[in-house]
Write a protein that binds this ligand. Structure first.
Ligand SMILES: *[C@@H]1O[C@H](CO)[C@@H](O)[C@H](O)[C@H]1NC(C)=O
Ligand SMILES: [Zn+2]
Length: 325
């Protein structure tokens, strides 16, 4: 009897361990004046084609002006099908040799997109890439913590049921994920715990897929059902994503969350927009470009840029007063 109980306790303990693990956390200090700035880019790796190089050039200029602390990638890092291995030269051809400006020689924090899962997904997570280019850091889900802001990176591809049930001609690399449901349940649990414990002034969540978008792919229903309620309950300021090859800004109609899409790093100009008259839609641009974020203890300034480096939309948000242009 004793040994039976003992076994029960052990296996219960183990079960807690395997069902939940703390998200890996990276400290990134803010500037001496207490501010922090970074660029956000998505859907980019095409060996410079489709104006990827032009966008990179403008990022370099804006990066210098804002003295950015790091760069965030919202995924779909390498087209068409991620990397074939750690030694795929697409890594250098689409990343190292493209983002060459001095201001971009900072840490990059990346998540995986659905296209990245169509290759060797684990290759992008590998430390071997960091030996080739030390700027690179890509994990499935993790946290960047600067005290002023906590940025929660979430692996959104496994949320999308169609990739499992109707993969069509695509093959997804689900190694390291295991069955879909327990993976998502445990990820959401870890995220919720981290969000609840966060004391940062600003809370930003980054994923590849949009929660709300009027672009080609539109909303991601599984994220609306499963992720959004957790973000709404935990005072998230911004949800940032790629996937749709556009730039957009949509205000949540049920909470102060602003949805920001930066997925215009290379191929764009799809020209298809759904629901032009959607409530909360502040800005949509279907061309190439990127986004910048500048944070202080009281204010956030977010700007969207086109391929010429023009600011085409600005959003300012204050901890006392929210407004948008
Ligand atoms: C590159 O950008 C220019 C200027 O906006 C645009 O006219 C052109 O179509 C773009 N080229 C590609 C291949 O997307
Ligand atoms: Zn995508």
């Amino acid at each position: 009897m004793m040994s039976f109980l003992f076994t029960l306790v052990i296996s219960f303990g183990l079960c807690i361990l395997c069902a939940s693990a703390e998200l890996q956390r990276f400290a990134h200090s803010s500037k001496h004046d207490g501010s922090l700035s970074f660029l956000v880019l998505g859907d980019w790796g095409r060996r410079g084609a489709y104006n990827q190089s032009q966008v990179a050039f403008q990022m370099g200029k804006v990066g210098e002006k804002l003295d950015v602390d790091f760069v965030v990638s919202t995924g779909d890092n390498f087209y068409d099908n991620g990397l074939t291995s750690e030694h795929d030269n697409a890594f250098e051809e689409s990343f190292t040799k493209i983002y060459t400006a001095k201001s971009l020689q900072k840490q990059w924090y990346s998540v995986l997109g659905n296209h990245d899962y169509r290759g060797d997904a684990e290759a992008q997570l590998s430390p071997v890439l960091r030996e080739i280019d030390s700027r690179w850091l890509c994990l499935r889900s993790f946290i960047v913590d600067s005290e002023l802001v906590e940025i929660f990176f979430v692996d959104t591809t496994p949320f999308v049921d169609d990739y499992f049930t109707e993969p069509q001609e695509h093959k997804y690399d689900w190694r390291g994920i295991g069955p879909q449901k327990p993976y998502i349940t445990s990820l959401l649990k870890d995220l919720e715990l981290a969000l609840r414990g966060s004391t940062a002034k600003w809370k930003i969540v980054v994923g590849h897929h949009a929660i709300r978008s009027v672009g080609h792919h539109g909303d991601t229903q599984q994220l609306i059902n499963q992720l959004l309620p957790i973000l709404q309950a935990n005072n998230i300021d911004f949800y940032v994503n790629g996937h749709d090859h556009c730039l957009e800004h949509i205000s949540d109609t049920e909470s102060p969350i602003e949805f920001l899409t930066s997925g215009a790093g290379s191929k764009a100009w799809r020209g298809d927009i759904k629901q032009m008259n959607r409530k909360g839609l502040n800005f949509f641009y279907d061309g190439q470009g990127f986004m910048s974020v500048k944070l202080t203890h009281t204010d956030a300034t977010i700007e969207f840029y086109d391929v010429f480096g023009n600011v085409i939309h600005r959003l300012t948000s204050s901890k006392l007063l929210r407004s948008s242009m």
